[in-house]
Design a protein. Structure first.
Length: 136
């Protein structure tokens, strides 16, 4: 399975390189245009099934994929931002859990870190007098 950080980096790279979204689909006859609000050309294609070849450099789009292309273009950057936000909140929660276990009478540092990891899946370390996320 791909590391989520690699996926996020790919989303950021592709988002920066692509025509800005949101993209929309404008079906027409046997094809569609993929449009964006800036008026820049995104794509125009004919609906075809895989393996169909027109003999030209024309882009073909399987009809069932056209809406996904436009939706994913807009959704991926928003989802990447949400993943980052939720991961930051999860790290904060892991730190608070570790602090609670460590503050308990008889609380042990290693046990506190293990409890936080067990509950949140976040690996912590104790550094400079505080809990911080352990980066791989």
């Amino acid at each position: 399975m791909t590391n989520i950080d690699e996926i996020l980096a790919d989303v950021d790279r592709l988002d920066a390189a692509a025509i800005k979204g949101p993209w929309t689909i404008d079906p027409h006859g046997d094809g569609c245009d993929i449009n964006c609000p800036t008026g820049e050309y995104v794509a125009r294609g004919d609906f075809r099934e895989p393996g169909y070849y027109t003999g030209s450099d024309c882009l073909w789009i399987a009809e069932r994929n056209s809406e996904a292309i436009a939706t994913f273009r807009t959704a991926a950057p928003a989802l990447a931002a949400e993943v980052r936000c939720l991961r930051a909140k999860l790290v904060e929660a892991a730190i608070e859990i570790a602090k609670l276990f460590y503050a308990d009478p008889g609380g042990m540092l290693d046990a506190s870190i293990k409890h936080a990891h067990k509950i949140t899946g976040i690996r912590l370390k104790f550094e400079d007098g505080r809990f911080v996320e352990e980066k791989s």
